[in-house]
Design a protein around this ligand. Sequence first.
Ligand code: AMP
Length: 212
Amino acid sequence: MFIVLLGPPGAGKGTQAQRVAASTELLHISTGDMFRENVRNNTELGRLAKMHMDKGELVPDEVTVQMLLERIGRLDAVKGVMFDGFPRNVVQAAALDEALRSRGDSIDRALLISVRDEELIARLGGRWICRSCGHLYHERNDPPKKAGVCGECGGELYQREDDRPEVVRTRLDRQKPSAELINHYRSATVLREIDGEQSLDEVTRLLLEALD
Ligand code: AMP
């Protein structure tokens, strides 16, 4: 199964992708996580990506597509993938379709998580991430038991640079899935829309239901 998770920044794609991947055989691939890892390791790709990420803009398609295609070419991505944060536009969607088609696969489902702007802004300000294992928390919806400490591995929690309020606006403006992208999957009849303003468990349940 090859699944793409669509939704604006703050819709819960990362959290839900972790949950859905944990209860299925799917490999979770997040282009945002891949870029952040490159930034941490100060690679050439990381330095380039950071210039765009810090401003809330997308990293250029050419670079992103190349990184993603390299990743899905690895053995662990043969059986099934849950794509989180990719594709962000139709150029990327077409590149993914083509890569899958060349090996006899295709996207089975595109799950769109919808959330209103006001709610997205409130959410993006409260996110915390574990520096060691990447587990996601939210001050209001899913707080860690002990402030600043990961309940999964004891690692230190931090807030993303691009979750600062001034960057959040740009991310919402530039990174909402476009009507064109949504239509790309609607016309392939694989699109399912899920109301992302319900409890974490309920959204996970609906996503899993939409995969059956
Ligand atoms: P995310 O964790 O998905 O919110 O991604 C964090 C940042 O990484 C985004 O704000 C973009 O700058 C960059 N990024 C992640 N995925 C993509 C993508 N598919 N295309 C372009 N830029 C991306």
